[in-house]
Design a binder for this molecule. Structure first.
Ligand SMILES: [Zn+2]
Length: 280
């Protein structure tokens, strides 16, 4: 499924969000007069081929940039189909010690679902590695501002294309899943405060999460930030008091059902470890 957003029709900018049949993973494609930017092309071979075909005719005139929001396997599957792209990702993405694990997870999911991928899997090599907390790139006359966004993973980035106010959130600010804390709950909270600051500083007109529905409604964007913060803070409080009922209630209050039982349990365990290592 693809939805086209024309935030500035007079500029002939087109933003297309492709949504995969796997986990509603989103792949964003920005085409301007000077630029082609593809973000996390995913997931099934036919879906990635469709994205490739969509940008193909623009590649003679324009440099193609491929941005990875983080290195989770479901976001990097399309890398080999864009060999001419300049890759943008965080330095931590480049240094990821678990890179072979991500490729293994990809291979396992493919095997389990009998997906025949007509190309060999590979971990992306990075052309432009983002090291600073905040870095600005000029891509074809558009400003792309990148922010380190840790907590879900250690190598996440937020990206803001300004103009036109496109906020690429990676695996944060989803409306279909609970926060997944693979790295650190404290870092995740700081990243949510950063998201809030970005919404204050920039006129964000379209937010695209890594999974779920994009939104053009700033109230909805803020609501997603608040709901992640509420989740993390109440879960930490429940874990601190070792209150099993409270911990369960945190999940039911998200409005997401038992599909997230395991993820929720793992978040609670991670927070428990964090609290234990903080204790004097
Ligand atoms: Zn993901």
């Amino acid at each position: 499924m693809m939805i086209l957003y024309s935030l500035r029709p007079e500029q002939q900018e087109r933003m297309s969000v492709f949504t995969s049949r796997a986990f509603m993973t989103t792949s964003t494609v920005v085409i301007t007069l000077n630029l082609v930017l593809v973000v996390d092309p995913a997931y099934f071979p036919d879906e990635i081929a469709e994205i490739r075909q969509f940008v193909e005719s623009h590649l003679e005139e324009h440099q193609l940039y491929l941005l990875f929001t983080h290195s989770d396997w479901d976001h990097i599957a399309g890398f080999p189909l864009f060999p001419e792209a300049v890759i943008v990702a965080s330095q931590a993405f480049l240094d990821n010690p678990d890179r072979t694990q991500q490729i293994d997870l990809l291979r396992d999911f493919d095997a389990h679902n009998q997906i025949l991928r007509p190309y060999p899997l590979a971990y992306p090599s990075v052309g432009m590695a983002i090291r600073e907390e905040r870095e600005e790139l000029s891509l074809g006359g558009n400003r792309l501002i990148l922010f380190q966004a840790k907590g879900h993973t250690e190598d996440g980035l937020f990206a803001l294309l300004d103009p036109p106010g496109l906020f690429l959130a990676g695996d944060y600010l989803s409306d279909i899943e609970i926060p997944y804390v693979f790295h650190s709950s404290a870092a995740y909270e700081r990243t949510m405060l950063l998201a809030s600051a970005i919404l204050e500083e920039f006129p964000v007109r379209l937010l695209v999460p890594g999974h779920g529905h994009p939104t053009t409604d700033v109230g909805e964007m803020k609501r997603r930030v608040e709901s992640s913060l509420r989740y993390l803070r109440s879960l930490r409080e429940g874990v601190r008091r070792a209150d099993e009922e409270a911990i369960e209630r945190v999940l039911s209050e998200t409005g997401f059902g038992s599909d997230f039982e395991t993820a929720h349990r793992e978040n609670a365990q991670r927070i428990e470890q964090e609290l234990r290592s903080e204790a004097p």
